[in-house]
Design a protein around this ligand. Sequence first.
Ligand code: MLT
Length: 315
Amino acid sequence: AAMFSISAFAQAYPSKPITIVVPFAAGGPTDRVARDLAESLRKQLGDVSIIIDNAAGAGSSIGSSKVAKAAPDGYTLLLNHIAMGTMPGLLRNMPFKVESDFEYLGMINDVPMTLIGKPDLPAKTYKELTTWIGQNVGKINLGNAGIGSASHLCGLLFQNAIKVDMTTVPYKGTAPAMTDLIGGQIDLMCDQTTNTSQQIEGKKVNAYAVTTAKPLTTAALKSLPTLQSQGLSNFEVTIWHGLYAPKGTPADIQAKLNTALKAALKDADFIKKQEALGAVVVTDKRVEPAEHKKFVAAEIAKWTPIIKAAGVYAD
Ligand code: MLT
């Protein structure tokens, strides 16, 4: 049979549904970004259907390795966040190499985090929270999406900053963790605004602070102080998301996906959805694959020593 030349193959691409693997539970912040982005990507790729596959666990390494091992044909992609920068420092035996087992398709957004508490926590401000924490040392449960997750990283930095150890309760994502926080089963969580904004607006949780250097501007979040302004000097955590394909995906399919991503990031509908939740859509050069790859390498170099110093590992 005639060999399909790559360009003919790429011409026909996509000719079947594309799967985006989200390495955390449905309904959480990573899932939110993926579903919003998929809506816009579909428009750019000829109305192709895009399936979201929530392959959760092990701080996103389960879903990430699923994509690292998938056929490099452009039909299985990974949407992951800062974990691509923290896993190399956290996981002792990595099932894949972040820097060489993926093709980098571009960055998507930067998402602030918020420190929130269960609704019946008797502290309404960050100051009152520090008093409550001081009175409950050794009894505080902090929810996260497992070692290696963004909520784990933020919770770790917070505990280190205030020098109080908390019991961390891991979930398959911060959607199930949020359910338990609202139910009062856990006390605190540091989670992305894409998941907390609506709960804060709906007064389902107590909100204490944001993790960005500057206050946020959305109606639900603008009244929250930054942790920096509350005395946690240079505390800053922002969660970035990017798109990846398995190593060896044909270059012109990568290019087609990057072009579609760039158009999706300019889609007013996508921008509106993301900004309403406090997320900032990438408008800089990190949307270029080479810059995306460079950025992740720099993040690995930045977070590895911080994680090692904190003495945290996940087997
Ligand atoms: C995280 O903490 O890494 C994310 O919030 C996980 C998720 O998307 O549920």
